[in-house]
Each structure stands twice: as C-alpha cells, then as structure tokens.
Design a protein around this ligand. Structure first.
Ligand SMILES: Cc1cc2nc3c(=O)[nH]c(=O)nc-3n(C[C@H](O)[C@H](O)[C@H](O)COP(=O)(O)OP(=O)(O)OC[C@H]3O[C@@H](n4cnc5c(N)ncnc54)[C@H](O)[C@@H]3O)c2cc1C
Length: 432
C-alpha cells in the first residue's frame, strides 16, 4: 500500500482518526464504509505494521467481531489470504495441574439455541477465529485502498488540536492542518490526545509479562483453545491453521513473572522447547517452537471518560486489559461498531457528529462493557495467580459448578462470542 501524502496545507474531512493500529484502521474503514470522509494518520508508515518482525501475536476474533468485520468488507480480505482463520470450536479452561476444568462446546451451544436449530444443515457458529495480527493488518491495508473517501497520512503526527465552533482543527507536526467535525483518538495506551485533554486514567502494571510464540505439534489441536491457570498466571494454547507445509500449529500466550521472563526468552532453543513442553503437556504429541519469541509487558488502563469537545477515545486509548480472556481487541472492535452506528444515526437525524450529546451516547453505550471486562479479567488473573489453599479449593469447586450448570455455561459462552448485551448493529450481523 502506498499511503497518500496530500499536497495541500489545509485538509477537510468529516472524521480524523489519530492512530492507525488495528482499532484505528478498522474504525477508519467502518466510518468510511458508512459514507463519511475520513483521514486516518499514524506516526509510522502503515507498511511497517505488515512486516513479519512487527507483531508476533494472534487475536481471538469473537463471533460478534467477525460479523462486524464482515459488515464493513474486511473479513473477505482476511479469507482472501488463504487458510488463515482457524475456527475455535471448543474452549477448555483448567486450573493448573488439577483435574478441575470447564469445557465449553460451541456445538452444544448451537444445539441449545432454537434459532441455530432452525438453521438445519448449517455448521454451528464457532466461538470465534484465531487469526494472526499480521493477517488482520494486511486485510486492513487492502480494504483501505478500496475506499476513495478515506485518506491515510503516515508517517504523520498531530502537534495540537484547537476547537472552532463548527469543527476541530488539528495542526500536524509538518504544518498541515486537518479540519474535522470529529477527532478520534486511537493511539493506544499512551494516547497523546487523551493526555492533552487532561483525561485521567486508572492504570496499573501487572508484575507479569506475556511471552508469545508459535509452536508446531505432532497431533492436530481439533479447534480447541486451552486456557490453563498456572500459579504464575494464565497459559493459553490457541489453535492456528496448519502452515503451508501441513504442520499443525498453535500460538502460546505464556504469562510469566516479569522478573523471570527475560531469562526464559534468552534460553537456547532446546531448553526453551523443554520449558514449553513442560507447560503444554503431551496431548499434542511432540512440540517445538517455530519462529521468533515475543514479549509484552502487561497492564490495565481505563480512561475516566471517553469523550471531550469533538474528541472520542476508542480501543486501547480508552481501555487496555489483561489478555487472559483474549478480549482487548474485541472490546476495541465493539467501540468501533458502536461509534460508527452513533455517527450514522446522528447524520440521519441531521445532527453535527461532533455534538456533545452524540458523543455521550457512544460513551454511555461502551462504558459498561469495557469496565465489566476490565474487572473480570483483572479478577480472574488475581484469583488464579494465587496458591492460598482456601482460594484454590474454592475455585476448583467453582469449576465443577460452572461445568455442570447449563444456563450459566451458555451465558459465559455467548459472552466469549461477544453476543451478550446491547450489541451494535454490526456486531449483530446487520448493516449500519
Ligand atoms: C499478549 C497479548 C495478546 C492479546 N491477545 C488478544 C486476543 O487474542 N484477542 C483480543 O481481542 N485482544 C488481544 N490482545 C489485545 C489487543 O492486542 C489490543 O487491545 C489491541 O491491539 C489494541 O489496538 P489499538 O489499535 O487500540 O492500539 P495499538 O495497537 O497500540 O495501536 C496504536 C497505534 O497508534 C499509533 N500512535 C501512537 N501514538 C501516536 C501518535 N502520537 N500519533 C500518531 N500515531 C500514534 C501507533 O503507531 C499504533 O499504530 C492481546 C494483547 C496482548 C498484549
């Protein structure tokens, strides 16, 4: 993709999106697909994100998020890249080395669901799909090119934003000015626009680092995602598609004490693989790491408000959570779906899309879901990274109860699929 560098000093657009990560660019695509003119900018060239060395993670794209990506013409660009999206058919959550576990089965959920029963002959909808982040970024880069009302400026940075009565004026570091009705901050955890408006955040660092790598294994994974709660933190084995040579693959998200992570990361391959095999166990047969090892320090962040004059926060700029449940990006994608719908509805009513009441609707809509997930993921991480005996016994009992309680289990499954609560139209599979 060749990002356009606009020659004129003054640019005019409906929406300016600052931050071209997965959430910012998805927002750009969603809002432009709905007919608004959009300028999206990032401080790094977009091509940098497509490099294999940029991001070694996969994302669990929940069913509701997949529907939204379909609705904005992005999912077909994911699938166009080949066999790249592995359906998650089962989720198995277990407590350390104990026999306590909860098994979530998407087929069982479909059997219980009367609508799914009516759709005879259809494959039950999986919980979601595991897709490499690089694949999502490549799909975004391809989709951007299809939207003539979307301009990407990268590399570019905002030096300051001033508000006029009818629009905001963002002055870029190179002197260009972008006149926009609405500015969207999507610059991730360290959002400069959020800081410039004095929006406070609640934040803390976990004493944990996520070690991420891909493994090849002898036996197929059968579409099962494993979340194992080990004493130092969660250990996830996420099913990926087989590679071009037919090797079975999974992605690991191994949460480790930060003080020990560097030592594990610097092990030679044989020793690293032995540590991996010890944690994975033998159900996948022989396991070997392939490709680079990655590490991500973990923290929680939540902004005290998501809006200011002609400004909204989305994605990690508004909230960042522990990856224990693979939901951070899904929350950001629900922000995008809710914001796009809010703007479309405002436009249909003839309202200014930067109007405070319009933005307040977006904030009211998204706050509960985001706070809830931040609380759940933080609570789970604390509960399970603990070897206090009464807690251990209590949570093992909890596993048995949940595993047998049909309705509770079904609720958790729908939640993991992103199909619970006041869903935006895109997440329900409806047009904007
Ligand atoms: C180990 C790990 C595993 C995860 N797994 C999952 C998962 O399975 N499922 C899931 O849903 N979520 C997962 N997440 C969470 C998910 O990765 C994040 O929530 C998501 O990537 C956030 O995207 P974003 O676009 O909001 O922010 P970012 O990815 O941080 O992007 C911000 C962008 O803004 C740009 N930028 C920053 N500052 C400026 C500036 N001043 N001017 C211009 N541009 C700027 C940056 O260059 C960057 O491109 C995981 C997270 C981790 C750490």
């Amino acid at each position: 993709m060749s990002p356009s560098l606009h020659p004129s000093l003054d640019l005019h657009t409906d929406v300016l999106i600052v931050g071209g990560g997965m959430v910012g660019l998805t927002c750009a695509v969603a809002v432009a697909s709905a007919g608004f003119s959009v300028i999206a900018l990032d401080r790094a060239p977009i091509a940098v994100q497509l490099d294999a060395a940029f991001d070694g993670r996969v994302s669990a794209i929940a069913a509701g998020s997949r529907r939204a990506l379909e609705g904005i013409g992005l999912w077909n660009h994911v699938l166009a890249q080949g066999n790249v999206a592995e359906p998650i058919r089962d989720i198995r959550v277990s407590d350390g080395e104990s026999l306590a576990f909860v098994h979530y089965d998407s087929r069982a959920l479909a059997r219980d669901d009367s609508r799914a029963r009516a759709e005879t002959g259809q494959e039950p909808e999986p919980f979601g799909h595991i897709v490499e982040n690089r694949t999502i970024r490549t799909a975004l880069a391809a989709r951007l090119l299809e939207l003539p009302n979307l301009t990407v400026l990268a590399p570019a940075e905002v030096a300051s934003v001033a508000n006029e009565p009818s629009h905001a004026v963002a002055t870029l570091a190179d002197g260009r000015r972008v006149h926009a009705q609405l500015v969207v901050a999507a610059e991730g955890k360290e959002s400069a626009l959020r800081a410039a408006r004095g929006i406070a955040v609640t934040r803390w660092s976990y004493p944990q680092t996520a070690i991420v790598c891909t493994i090849a294994h002898e036996r197929p994974h059968g579409g099962v995602a494993h979340e194992r709660f080990l004493p130092v933190g969660p250990f996830a084995i996420l099913p990926m598609t087989d590679d071009a040579d037919g090797r079975h693959r999974s992605s690991l998200v191994w949460t480790e004490k930060t003080a020990l992570a560097a030592a594990y990361l610097s092990l030679n391959k044989a020793d690293f693989d032995a540590e991996v095999a010890r944690r994975v166990g033998d159900f996948l047969g022989t396991v070997t790491s392939i490709g680079p090892r990655w590490s991500y320090p973990l923290s929680l962040l939540h902004a005290e408000r998501y809006t200011d004059d002609r400004l909204v926060l989305i994605g990690d700029a508004a909230h960042a959570i522990h990856p224990i449940a693979g939901q951070g990006l899904n929350l950001g994608l629900r922000d995008v779906a809710a914001l796009a719908e809010t703007l479309v509805d405002a436009k249909r009513l003839g309202l200014d899309i930067g109007f405070g009441e319009v933005l307040a609707r977006y904030e009211r809509w998204r706050r509960f879901d985001n706070v809830l997930l931040a609380g759940i993921t933080d609570g789970l991480n604390r509960l399970f990274s603990n070897s206090f005996t009464p807690l251990v016994l209590g949570r093992r009992l909890g596993f048995r109860v949940v595993n047998r309680a049909g309705p509770l289990k079904a609720f958790f499954m729908r939640h993991a699929m992103g199909l619970v609560g006041d869903l935006p139209r895109l997440s329900r599979g409806e047009p904007l």
